[in-house]
Design a protein around this ligand. Structure first.
Ligand code: PMP
Length: 408
C-alpha cells in the first residue's frame, strides 16, 4: 500500500472532454432495468439488425485461412480495390486504391484526418446540431470547433450565408453530415450545390463529408455525394463512410475514407503510429459486405421508413411536441418547446430538454437524448433503430406521460 495515492493529471487537451451524455443516459437506463423497470432505450445509434450471414461466413473463412496477421497499413489491396469500386458503383466517383484508406470504424477516418491536418488554432466549421464526436475530436487534435446553429426553420441545415460568415483565414475544414446524426436531415442536390459555390470561393477550406447514412434515405430522396457535383471540390474532399450502419456491423469496427492521395498518405502515417491496420478479419468481412449481395440495403431501408413514420406521426399527435419528417438516417429530432414550463404529476417544472428527457426516463421508462447534448435546445433525439413493437409501446408511454402534464 502506498502512503499517498498518486495524483492523476490528465493532459490539458483532455481537460474539456467528458464522458458522452449519451453514455450517461444509457448507464441510468441500465440501472433502472437492473431494478426491474421495463426501460425502452431509444438512445443508441445502432441498427437492431444482425450482420448478414454471408459476411460472418466470410470472416470465418478468412480466420481459418490464416488472415490473422498484420495487413498493409491502409487495408488489404482487395479491400481497397472494393472500396474504390463501391465509390464508382454507388456514387459515380473515380478513386484509385491509393486514394482510399480502411480504418477501425468511420470514427478513425475523422480522427486520422484531424490529426494529420490540424495545427493549433486551425478552425473546423461544424453545422449544429452535430454528432458530438466531431467537436471533441477537433479539440483533442488542437483545433477550434466553430459551431454554427442551424435552426428547425432551415430543416437543421447550414445555409450558404451562414457558411460564408463562418469561414476565416484559419478555416481548414467544413464538416457536412448528410443524412445527419442527430436530425436525420439530408441536403438536396440544390442545397449542396449552393454550399459548394461558397466553398469554391474559398480554396483553402476542405470538405469532410460524412456519408455513413447514405443508404438510409426515404421517399425517393436521392443521396448525391458533394464530391460528385464538382471536380474542383472533389480535389479537396475527404469522404467518410463505413460498414457499421449500412450492413449492421457496428462491432466489427471497419470504416473507410476516400480523398486526395497526399491526404490519405498523411492519414496513413497517423494510423501507422497509432493502431496500424484495421482488424484483418473485419477487413475480410467488409470485403464481402461491399462485394456480396446488396438487396438487404433496400429491405432494411424500407423497414426504417415504416419506423420513422410511426415515430414522427405519434410525436406530432402530442400537443406541445413537434417533429420534422427527416429525409434519412434512423433519428428523429423533435422539439419540446411547447411543453416547457409544464409541471409533472410529481410536482417538477420542466424547464429544459434535459429536464424533459430525464423525466421521461424516470416516469415513462423511455430513454432519449436531449438536443442539448448535440448543441441545440429545446429538442430531443429519438433513435428508432428498434422494433416496431417497442416503438409503439414507447410512443404510447410518451403520449400518456405528456397527457398527465399540467400546462402553464
Ligand atoms: N459518423 C456518424 C454521423 C455517426 O453517427 C457515427 C456512429 N454513431 C459514425 C460516424 C461512426 O461510425 P463507426 O461505427 O463506423 O465508427
Amino acid at each position: 500500500m502506498l502512503d499517498t495515492e498518486p495524483t492523476f493529471r490528465p493532459a490539458k487537451r483532455l481537460a474539456a472532454q467528458k464522458v458522452s451524455e449519451i453514455l450517461q443516459i444509457g448507464a441510468r437506463a441500465s440501472e433502472l432495468k437492473a431494478q426491474g423497470h421495463p426501460v425502452i432505450v431509444l438512445g443508441a445509434g445502432e441498427p437492431d439488425f444482425a450482420t448478414p450471414d454471408n459476411v460472418i461466413e466470410a470472416a470465418h473463412r478468412a480466420a481459418l485461412a490464416g488472415q490473422t496477421v498484420y495487413t498493409p497499413l491502409a487495408g488489404t489491396p482487395a479491400l481497397r480495390a472494393a472500396i474504390a469500386q463501391k465509390f464508382k458503383r454507388e456514387n459515380g466517383l473515380d478513386y484509385s486504391p491509393a486514394e482510399v484508406i480502411a480504418t477501425a470504424g468511420a470514427k478513425q477516418v475523422i480522427f486520422n484526418a484531424f490529426m494529420a491536418t490540424l495545427d493549433a488554432g486551425d478552425e473546423v466549421v461544424i453545422p449544429t446540431p452535430y454528432w458530438t464526436t466531431y467537436s471533441a475530436m477537433v479539440d483533442i487534435c488542437g483545433g477550434v470547433p466553430v459551431t454554427v446553429q442551424c435552426s428547425g426553420e432551415t430543416g437543421f441545415k447550414l445555409t450558404p450565408e451562414q457558411l460564408e460568415a463562418a469561414i476565416t483565414p484559419k478555416t481548414r475544414w467544413l464538416m457536412l453530415n448528410s443524412p445527419s446524426n442527430p436530425t436525420g436531415a439530408a441536403y438536396s442536390v440544390d442545397e449542396t450545390l449552393k454550399l459548394l459555390e461558397v466553398l469554391e470561393r474559398h480554396p483553402h477550406v476542405w470538405l469532410l463529408s460524412d456519408e455513413i447514412y447514405e443508404h438510409i434515405v426515404y421517399d425517393d430522396f436521392a443521396f448525391v455525394s458533394p464530391a460528385a457535383l464538382s471536380p474542383a471540390i472533389k480535389a479537396r474532399t475527404l469522404i467518410v463512410n463505413g460498414v457499421s450502419k449500412a450492413y449492421a456491423m457496428t462491432g466489427w469496427r471497419l470504416g473507410y475514407g476516400a480523398g486526395p492521395e497526399a491526404l490519405i498518405r498523411a492519414m496513413t502515417v497517423v494510423q501507422s503510429q497509432s493502431t496500424s491496420n484495421p482488424c484483418s478479419i473485419a477487413q475480410a468481412a467488409a470485403l464481402e459486405a461491399l462485394t456480396g449481395p446488396q438487396d438487404l440495403l433496400a429491405e432494411r431501408c424500407a423497414s426504417f421508413r415504416a419506423r420513422r413514420d410511426l415515430v414522427v406521426d405519434a410525436i406530432n399527435a402530442i400537443e406541445g411536441l413537434y417533429c420534422r419528417k427527416p429525409e434519412g438516417a434512423f433519428y428523429a429530432f423533435a422539439s419540446c418547446e411547447g411543453l416547457l414550463g409544464s409541471t409533472t404529476p410529481e410536482g417538477k417544472t420542466l424547464k429544459s430538454d434535459r429536464d424533459f428527457c430525464a423525466w421521461l426516463l424516470e416516469a415513462a421508462h423511455v430513454a432519449m437524448v436531449p438536443g442539448a447534448a448535440f448543441g441545440l435546445s429545446p429538442y430531443f433525439r429519438i433513435s428508432y433503430a428498434t422494433s416496431e413493437a417497442e416503438l409503439t409501446e414507447a410512443m404510447a408511454r410518451i403520449t400518456k406521460a405528456c397527457a398527465g402534464l399540467v400546462r402553464p
